[in-house]
Design a protein around this ligand. Structure first.
Ligand code: UDX
Ligand code: ADP
Length: 482
């Protein structure tokens, strides 16, 4: 395959990664026609919604980009096969949740969607086609994709339809909430592959806006492993600071002061040191568990245990929060109204995958609490999905709300406002660090609550004095002072 100048791109999967990534590519490369396809008709309809406030993914800056390119060189469609046929380059950006049953359950990624995609590409692609892995995938997934494509290549050539495939790994490093910024000015772009010309075809696309020195070329396996490793390192940092937060609470230290002190060491650096209720999101846990699975596979049980402890600490952090809430509320929350502020796994997204709020809410519901949940961007139907099922939850649910509790005693509902949520509540738990929660009027909110009333700030967003002056009791993550 000689280096091809790409004119048509198809992206399979219109989710949190596919949608924003293709929007930015279309914006930066007006000469390329980009089509994003998905089997989910409702999601495609949402991407095509004339009202840019109702896109399926909430991401700051996304609607501005879409306004510039949608209908020009960016299109959303359910015609998957036709789009594959017309594309010179195909990005695979479908979901890869952790397997819930069978071999590798609880650790390995479920590759059924990736495999289905590869088979579709094998069947419908024409001519020279570059296939790019964009989803977070276990190491050596490219080999699976290649095997499927190569088998069909042989079939097609016997039928006289010559088709050439090349597989690249181009992991996505965007973080939700800052996706557009991350895509427009990435720290680096990583392209792994065997075929130099295909690598250059993809590098040329990025070179439209990314400086050459930030476009890294590696072999396929290094690229796949780098993605898992980057996420494992980041998650490890959060588990480390969360572990320290618990020591701070016992010793009278303040985790924010400790974070500033250690973050000033240029070798450690200041980012990703915010203690919280535990990491969530679709990547960290899944990627570490993939790494753990891989290590076990190669007989590296010490290495597997090392990485697994990062996830264990994260689970413990979530559990310890619900436990301490119950303890502070005189050992019981049965029948008590508690307000939950924030349900998304972090601020500036409507994504709830692996959100710590889910585990914390479920624990409190088990204890019979009445939860009034408020999140500025997460819909009531999405919360319903999260609280009723342990299964993998489609992140952008479009089903109707059911709004019942988990059992006879525990009940939850979605509140329209913060005031509604706090009215008559014994406690408020801040679980997502939405900016808005940093400047609440606690003097007036306190009057709505039943005393003694508690504020549990799992993100360290409140100003302690304001809470105390309002006559409220405060527990703050990693705060051994108050
Ligand atoms: C992550 C990676 O950052 C990104 O590179 C990769 O492509 C996908 O996975 P994302 O999950 O969207 O991105 O968000 P991120 O900002 O990394 O946060 C993950 C979780 O860690 C969130 O629950 C967040 O609240 C938590 N977190 C993050 C902390 O608790 N403290 C921190 O200091 C940073
Ligand atoms: P991510 O966060 O990685 O973007 P999402 O779950 O948000 O993951 O999005 C993945 C999308 O891929 C979903 O909208 C799903 O419907 C879509 N998808 C999965 N398999 C296929 C397929 N074979 N063809 C088209 N779309 C698919």
């Amino acid at each position: 395959m000689s280096a091809l100048e790409i004119r048509t791109i198809c992206c399979i999967g219109a989710g949190y990664v596919g949608g924003p990534t293709m929007a930015v590519i279309a914006d930066k490369c007006p000469q390329i026609q980009v089509i994003v396809v998905d089997l989910n008709e409702a999601r495609i309809a949402d991407w095509n919604n004339p009202n840019f406030e109702r896109l399926p993914v909430y991401e700051p800056g996304l609607s501005a980009v879409l306004k510039r390119v949608r209908g020009k060189n960016l299109h959303f469609s359910t015609e998957v096969n036709a789009a594959i046929k017309d594309a010179e380059m195909i990005f695979i950006s479908v979901n890869t949740p952790t397997k819930t049953k069978g071999l590798g359950a609880g650790q390995a990624s479920d590759l059924r969607w990736v495999e289905a995609c590869a088979r579709q590409v094998a069947q419908y692609a024409q001519g020279n086609t570059i296939v790019v892995e964009k989803s977070t995938l276990p190491v050596r997934t490219a080999a699976v994709i290649k095997a499927i494509l190569e088998a069909s290549q042989q079939d097609k050539s016997t039928e006289g339809n010559n088709c050439n495939f090349s597989v690249l790994s181009n992991p996505e490093f965007l973080a939700e909430g800052t996706a557009i910024q991350n895509l427009e000015s990435p720290d680096r772009v990583l392209i792994g592959g065997e075929d130099k010309d295909s690598i250059e075809s993809l590098a040329t696309i990025y070179a439209n806006w990314v400086p050459e020195e930030k476009i890294l070329r590696t072999n396929l396996w290094s690229s796949e492993l780098s993605k898992l490793t980057a996420n494992a390192f980041l998650a490890q940092r959060i588990s480390s600071i969360n572990a320290v937060s618990s020591i701070c609470e016992k010793t009278g230290a303040d985790v924010r002061e400790v974070a500033t002190a250690i973050g000033s060491d240029s070798r450690i650096g200041p980012n990703f040191l915010q203690a919280g209720p535990g990491f969530g999101g679709s990547c960290f846990q899944k990627d570490i568990l993939n790494l753990v699975y891989l290590c076990h596979h190669f007989g590296l049980s010490e290495v597997a245990n090392y990485w697994e402890s990062v996830v264990q600490l994260n689970n413990w952090q979530k559990e310890r929060i619900s436990k301490l809430v119950i303890q502070k509320l005189f050992g019981t929350v049965t029948g008590k109204k508690l307000a939950i502020l924030g349900f998304a796994f972090k601020a500036n997204t409507n994504d709830t995958r692996e959100a710590p709020a889910i585990k914390i809410a479920k624990d409190l519901l088990e204890e019979g609490a009445q939860l009034a949940i408020f999140d500025p961007k997460v819909s009531s139907s999405q919360i319903t999905f999260c609280l009723q099922s342990d299964e993998y939850i489609p992140p952008i649910a479009s089903t109707k709300a059911i709004n019942t509790g988990l059992n006879d005693e525990g009940k939850w509902w979605s509140s329209k406002s913060i005031e509604d949520a706090l009215n008559g509540a014994d406690a408020v738990l801040i679980i997502t660090e939405w900016d808005h929660f940093r400047s609440l009027n606690w003097q007036s909110l306190a009057t709505l609550m039943r005393k003694p009333a508690w504020v549990f700030d799992t993100r360290g967003v409140v100003i302690p004095n304001e809470i105390l002056k309002a006559g409220l009791k405060l527990w703050r993550i990693g705060d051994g002072v108050n």
